[in-house]
Design a protein. Structure first.
Length: 118
């Protein structure tokens, strides 16, 4: 599948999807729907409606396919999982939460919170 060059690259997308799911976790939301994930990440990158709705030559939504590819990558790394009882619901695994907080601590030693719940 050939991606639209105007969209963020997959490495950026992997991190921002992980980050946005982490922020949802911090607000107490266990799961995010795929539709919500598409919008959360698209809003982060400031994508236009045209970019979000661009179709590939085979008729697939390019943006959604890219986000799903990122999900598959992060799932393969043990960072994200699906709700086994509901299709289209994603959440971070314990490993995903712990690794994110290890790499990006939400609180610095002085106790000041540095990650806000956007």
């Amino acid at each position: 599948m050939r991606y639209n060059e105007d969209l963020p690259n997959l490495e950026e997308l992997h991190f921002i999807l992980w980050y946005k799911l982490y922020l949802q976790h911090r607000t107490g939301r266990e799961f995010v729907t795929t539709s919500e994930a598409y919008e959360l990440v698209a809003n982060h990158f400031g994508l236009s409606e045209e970019q979000k709705n661009h179709l590939t030559e085979k008729g697939y939504n390019d943006w959604q396919a890219r986000v799903r590819s990122s999900y598959d990558h992060l799932k393969g790394k043990g960072i994200i999982q699906s709700d086994p009882n509901r299709k289209g619901y994603w959440k971070l695994t314990d490993k995903g939460i712990e690794t994110f907080e290890e790499w990006f601590p939400p609180v610095i030693p002085s106790g000041k919170q540095i990650i806000n719940n956007e």
